[in-house]
Design a protein around this ligand. Sequence first.
Ligand code: ZN
Length: 299
Amino acid sequence: MHRRRKGKFFTFTITFFFVFLMPWKLGQQEWVEVELALQPEYQAGTALLIPFPPSDQGVQSLQLQGRSLLRLDDKQTWFGVIGLYGGGQTLLHGRVDQGRPGFSTYFRRSLKVLVRPLGEARRLNVPPEVWARVDDRHEEQKRLEREIMQEVLRGDQWGPLMRGCWKRPVNSIMTSPFGSPRSLPDGRRYYHVGVDLRARTGTPIYSPGPGVVAWAGHMIVPGNVVVLAHGDGLFSRYMHLSRIDVEMGQKVSTGDQLGLAGATGRVTAPHLHWEVLWRENHADPLQFLQVWEQICHPK
Ligand SMILES: [Zn+2]
């Protein structure tokens, strides 16, 4: 008896919702086209600048992969990064204000994202003595370190974006590009989420721009690692160092020495592995440098 009454109430609520509320709600939403200067396709890891449309089309916010693009009013542009693990296709969407009270207007555009298949992975030639210090016997510690690193890279306590101009952390050639699929001696496959820059052990590594040291220390896979925070979810990371010259919480300027290159952690030879992340999406650091040129503030 009690149960039947409950059931009736439930049916009534559902009917009421569909018959009366839904049409009203749907009537208040619409999708519009907005003219934005977009390319038909992007490499995964692309740092993206989307200029404001020439005539005011009322675009209030843009979202990509669950992240709001950053609105840079002084440059009349939005900034964001297309992640490496979104794969294939991604949706850019946003809210548009067309000056009609009570109406919610939205815009959406599907973007093609180019990413190399993991099946093309090249086997990383990790020397046995290196593998012994990073293999699965250290799984528990590695898991702990991954969690700490994720927390660091999610940190939002670093204030607004620091807009100073950047330069390379070491002036040398790239030896391994961003986004290449790789496989480990145990068969696990992953994407190279940074670039490798040639640097023999002892080569000074410099801060590319203004930032704060968000983390510095030793971890199993990255070896001696420094993470810089540059505000608003922008981070950069420096791995395999032989020496660290900065402390957590320290402010750094463009060209300050972070440490020395080395071969700590999971490496095949000494080099600098350099990453740039925006709101946990990995950017291709070299492409990011070009894009940043257009929006940075020179001293
Ligand atoms: Zn690397």
